[in-house]
Design a binder for this molecule. Structure first.
Ligand SMILES: [Zn+2]
Ligand SMILES: [Zn+2]
Length: 247
């Protein structure tokens, strides 16, 4: 980092420390440093990490004793373009709140916490596999301007830095803005994102083993639409990693 960059960083930290003393920004009760992403140990203890058993395809966690690999009833009826989708944690409690505030209220200080969950869970698996690059789910340029950042691209960048894999930011583009998926049914979600994505850089996809990254996996409609475009473009394999998963 340049001297000017260091000074700017010091100023930024001093600024943050002034407005956000080292208090957990979720419970506002316990101590939490910037390095902890302003999320305290107690709030972190409420994170529900996704542990086996879970569906081998979509990563949906199940209760009970299942020790053999299985696919859930949802996945059996679907034509999925990704080989597997995994998430670090269940989209509830501290994780859901941090994502919501990060994404819609520009609470960027939660990025360290959220990216940390993803790196902790996805990092070892990605380092063990032979992946070629990380592809963030693109935002439509209009929406990106409005929100001023693409959370998927930022999280993908953090995961890439931690795993040493390159980010492939320019492989996919969003052709049209899609309405928010929140209130849609599973079928409506799939229709809503159908044709929403396209390849920007076709030849670079051929034979590539790619990791698609997004903040949340709900029905998988968005990630599946992206994975489909990569697969049709000739990708060797596509897996999905998200910070959180709706259950
Ligand atoms: Zn807390
Ligand atoms: Zn499944």
């Amino acid at each position: 980092m340049s001297a000017a960059g260091k000074i700017l960083n010091l100023w930024t930290n001093a600024f943050l420390a002034f407005f956000y003393p080292e208090v957990c920004q979720l419970c506002r009760n316990q101590r939490a440093s910037p390095a902890q992403g302003y999320v305290c140990t107690e709030c972190r203890s409420r994170v529900q990490f996704i542990r086996p058993p879970f569906c081998g395809r979509c990563g949906l966690p199940f209760e009970g004793d299942i020790s053999t690999p299985f696919e859930c009833a949802n996945c059996r009826g679907l034509d999925l373009a990704f080989t597997s989708a995994r998430s670090a944690a269940v989209a509830r409690g501290p994780v859901l709140e941090a994502i919501h505030r990060y994404k819609y209220h520009r609470a960027l200080w939660f990025e360290t916490f959220l990216a940390g969950l993803l790196i902790q869970e996805a990092g070892p698996e990605l380092r063990a596999g032979s992946w070629d690059g990380i592809v963030p789910v693109p935002l439509h340029p209009g929406r990106e301007r409005e929100r001023e950042f693409n959370q998927a691209a930022r999280l993908a960048g953090r995961l890439a830095a931690a795993t040493g894999l390159p980010v492939r930011n320019r492989l996919l583009k969003r052709r049209r803005p899609t309405r928010t998926q929140t209130l849609l049914t599973r079928e409506q979600r799939a229709a809503n994102v159908d044709d929403a994505f396209a390849l920007r850089n076709g030849p670079l996809v051929e034979g590539q083993r790619l990791v698609l990254v997004d903040d949340v996996f709900t029905t998988g409609a968005t990630t599946n639409a992206c994975a489909r475009v990569l697969q049709v473009g000739g990708a060797g394999a596509v897996c999905v990693w998200t910070v959180a998963r709706g259950v």
